[in-house]
Write a protein that binds this ligand. Structure first.
Ligand code: SER
Length: 892
């Protein structure tokens, strides 16, 4: 059974049992606790927690997932993957263990055709109920049910223990896994507890019952008992295609073949090279998915996950004998294979082909160039280790490799392991910590500090927030709850900074890049200034306020007023952002997708992937087009529709956004259609002018444009105009001719400078001649000691060497000059024959330099000095004169 059929069989099975089908959500989750989407349940978290109501209590989905906790193992085993597809069925307070168990078995045996005699299950150590249900609902006998618990002393978060959570705050519960016996050729019998390779886990049923915090502490029961399951597509393909490992399934064979062709290495010939072929195939596949979903390589977070994968792939390409530093390409041609193989599975990859190949190509070039130097460093370190303890790869070198050569630590660990060494991770981590602390010093901490339970309690009392602000900027409402870091408050009075929860509100909470609203809340007894509005938990928003006067209590009627001017100025920027986004893609290409934005009153910031600076011509074209579009006053309409309809209408979804099944689509004119929850101008022309004021790089292949809108654009332009007018006044022409005039003036200035330099040179030459003529003699040596005020810097050096030139042989020159700001400069030059005879310039000058408060520096025949005290220059020259004469006598 091919992979697509496996997917379809699974989804249809659960659709027939009342589930709503969902396509894969992006890999960037809308969940601050999670770096990446690691399981099929991630997009459904709010449904499990009761923070949102699902349209249907039964769901089924296919979900691309990335997990990178043990990248080093990928390629070395037959089952580890950094990305995989999880097929899931979910119940949000609907069916529970009995149906989940029965259906998982029925699907396995009747639809996937697995041999019921070879299925083994595990259950949580105390879960008698599941054991009973397996016995009642299926043919699995007690001997093939194994209990798994938390090993003594282990943390629940680390242990693989049949109790499942994402590892972050969220829902959790005991689970029961289905495993398939692949036969005695896979080793020892005894079930999955004994041998995980032979008894391959393929389907996990989690009985979601509790909620935990980020440390794994159980907070309490979920509002309803739920089910979250995951069946690994790749593993099912192993079983149904009867192949030994995931790399032999239809998902990977074309990728291995592409890696073979590129490297000329045959898969199966050599165990170590097989590892490299698998690493390249696997990591390039995951990287393609990450980049297509908007992850870009970076120094931290999910961008670093991507970077580690790409760099490990590059290194294994090198191990396969490809000369990547010499310009041979690996990743880009591999990506072509990935795209071809996966297009049917993930059509979104096609749209981002350009982006994916360019980002990966750039990372390959960059790292391949550094890899060779880094490997040389590794070789030197290995020699040292062999000469030393012979067992430990040093943490300091690991850090250096990380910092200077861009080696992710797991790459170094892998290299160390290949050399039979253990990496000193503790030392490496300590050095990393020091570096982080240095970086962190000075960065300030934000955050309101209200714990999530407090919001949840407020949500229970007040209900989800109803947002009125698309239509109105003022409203009558009720103070739902007052909260602070310690919990709900009975009241607050003048000067207090607290948060307010309202059942209905016209205030927009920060989201989609748009900042939260400001304004005023008034009750009979008090007046609150709203300084920010933020999303608190799913469905609930919070108003950060300062009590300006009087006091306030929950339950009071309240008059709610949004700062309208600020809001309109923000709406201008938001609509401008959409217009800019559409235009950028037209001018720069489809890859110039919004990767982040900040929408503020009168100002916007737009981040996007791009591979070189946007040229002035392109910026000009973009700015002209967006302003022309605004002038045509395009219609701005918003509609609420299903996600499928929105996609069918061609609406653009942005990286990292998460959407429920019902979405809002904002359409501007004929050219822009985006999913967006933000607030917009009622008609296009209201945006006013848009000026692009800055374009810059904010990381590799990521750029940022900043623009001003509306009144801020006007003020900016007005100021620029004023500058132009002032310049024109200064050069006494109309502004239209100011540039030509300034240019002409600059040219004249240049000519005058040249003339001046010529004259100065001539006058220096004359001075030099005169000074040489006035030289006095000391034991046959010509000595010139002179004060030449105003001749400083280069001129002083030129003058000294010209005088010396005139003297030709047997000459000493000491010149001193006072500078305009009252300092002193001194120089001493000797003819070369004197220097050859052992006379040195520096000792001659040094005592004089001390007189003006400085010290002398220089080589044999030339020394220079400077000092603060120009008034002592005459004195200094006297000292120099005496030194010169005595040196000449001594030297000659
Ligand atoms: N969330 C569970 C897992 O990832 C079941 O889908 O294994």
């Amino acid at each position: 059974m091919d992979s697509l059929t496996i997917r379809e069989t699974f989804l249809r099975f659960y659709e027939e049992r009342g589930a709503q089908r969902y396509s894969s959500a992006p890999l960037i989750p809308n969940d601050p606790g999670l770096l990446l989407t690691i399981a099929g349940m991630v997009p459904f978290k709010p449904y499990f927690l009761g923070d949102a109501t699902p349209p249907n209590p039964r769901a089924t989905s296919y979900q691309k997932c990335v997990r990178t906790n043990d990248i080093e193992n990928v390629g070395r085993t037959t089952r580890h993957l950094s990305s995989f597809e999880m097929l899931g069925n979910f119940s949000f307070g609907d069916y529970f263990k009995r149906e989940a168990i029965r259906w998982s078995y029925e699907l396995s045996v009747e639809h996937f055709g697995l041999d019921p005699e070879r299925i083994w299950v595990t259950i949580f150590e105390t879960d008698d109920e599941s054991e009973q249900l397996w016995l009642e609902e299926t043919d699995i006998p007690l001997e093939r049910i194994q209990r798994v618990g938390v090993p003594d002393g282990a943390s629940r978060l680390d242990a693989s223990d049949n109790f499942w959570s994402t590892g972050a705050a969220g829902p959790c519960g005991p689970c029961s896994e289905l495993n398939y016996d692949r036969g005695p050729e896979w080793g020892q019998e005894g079930g999955p507890l004994v041998n995980g390779e032979r008894y391959l886990e393929y389907y996990n049923l989690v009985f979601m019952q509790q909620e935990q915090d980020g440390d794994g502490k159980v907070l309490g029961d979920l509002p309803a008992k739920s089910v979250d399951t995951g069946l690994g597509l790749e593993r099912m393909a192993v079983l149904l295609q009867d192949v030994p490992d995931v790399f032999a399934t239809d998902l990977f064979t074309p990728l291995i073949a592409a890696a073979e062709e590129l490297s000329g290495v045959r898969y199966g010939d050599d165990a170590e090279r097989d590892v490299s072929l698998r690493v390249v195939a696997e990591h390039v596949r995951t990287s393609a998915m990450l980049i297509a979903d908007g992850v870009l390589p970076s120094k931290e977070g999910r961008g670093y996950v991507l970077r580690r994968l790409l760099r490990r792939a590059v290194r294994h390409g090198q191990l396969l004998g490809l000369d990547l530093a010499g310009g041979t390409q690996l990743l880009v041609p591999m990506l072509d294979a990935v795209l071809q193989t996966n297009l049917q599975m993930y059509p979104e990859l096609a749209k981002q082909r350009e982006l994916v190949t360019r980002i990966a190509g750039a990372e390959e070039r960059d790292f391949a160039a550094r890899l060779r130097a880094g490997l040389d460093r590794v070789d030197r370190a290995l020699e040292d280790v062999r000469a030393g303890d012979g067992a430990t790869f040093p943490g300091d070198v690991t850090f250096e490799l990380h910092d200077t050569f861009g080696f992710p630590v797991d790459l170094t660990a892998e290299i160390a392991e290949e050399a039979g060494l253990v990496l000193d991770r503790d030392r490496f981590e300590a050095l990393m910590d020091e570096q982080r602390q240095r970086a962190r010093a000075g960065a300030k901490k934000g955050g309101g500090g209200v714990p999530v339970e407090v919001y949840r309690q407020a949500a229970d009392e007040v209900g989800p927030t109803e947002f009125l602000g698309y239509e109105q900027l003022t409203a009558e409402g009720t103070i739902g709850a007052l909260v602070g870091p310690g919990g709900a408050l009975e009241g607050a009075s003048e000067g207090d900074s607290i948060e307010v929860v309202l059942g209905r509100t016209p205030f927009y909470a920060e989201g989609g890049g748009q900042v939260g609203d400001h304004g005023v809340i008034e009750t009979e007894t008090g007046r609150l200034r709203v300084v920010d509005t933020q999303p608190a938990i799913e469905g609930l928003q919070t108003h950060r306020v300062v009590v300006e006067a009087g006091e306030v209590r929950p339950g009071q009627a309240a008059h709610l007023v949004v700062d309208g001017e600020r809001r309109v100025a923000t709406a201008r920027s938001h609509s401008a952002t959409h217009i800019l986004h559409a235009t950028m893609k037209e001018v720069l290409g489809d890859h110039a997708q919004q990767a982040g934005s900040l929408v503020q009153p009168g100002r916007l910031r737009f981040d996007f992937p791009h591979f070189e600076p946007v040229s002035l011509e392109q910026l000009g074209e973009i700015e002209r087009t967006i302003n022309a579009r605004v002038l045509r006053d395009p219609h701005v309409t918003t509609e609420v529709m299903s996600l499928d309809d929105a996609r069918a209408a061609g609406a653009v979804a942005n990286f990292g956004d998460k959407y429920g099944q019902v979405v809002r689509v904002v359409t501007i004119g004929e050219f822009s259609k985006e999913l967006c929850g933000g607030t917009h101008v009622p008609s296009g022309a209201t945006v006013g002018n848009i000026y692009l004021v800055r374009e810059e790089s904010i990381g590799s292949n990521t750029r940022r444009i900043e623009a001003l809108t509306g009144a801020d654009a006007y003020r900016y332009a007005r100021h620029e105009m004023q500058v132009a007018e002032e310049v024109a006044r200064l050069v006494d022409t109309p502004t239209t001719e100011a540039v030509a005039r300034v240019q002409a003036l600059l040219e004249r200035l240049k000519a005058v400078d040249k003339e001046l330099a010529k004259t100065r040179r001539a006058s220096l030459s004359q001075d030099a001649k005169r000074l040489a003529d006035e030289a006095t003699r000391e034991d046959g040596v010509a000595v010139v000691i002179a004060r030449v005020d105003g001749v400083v810097g280069d001129d002083l050096r030129t003058l000294a060497s010209e005088v010396r030139g005139h003297l030709a042989t047997q000459g000493v020159v000491v010149l001193g000059a006072a500078t305009e700001d009252g300092k002193a400069q001194l120089i001493c030059a000797l003819t070369s024959d004197l220097a050859d005879a052992g006379v040195e310039a520096r000792p001659i000058l040094h005592p004089a330099a001390q007189v003006v408060g400085g010290g002398a520096g220089g080589r044999g025949d030339l020394a220079q000095a400077g000092g603060k005290n120009g008034s002592a220059l005459d004195e200094a020259l006297k000292v120099a004169s005496a030194e010169a004469r005595s040196a000449v006598r001594g030297g000659a």
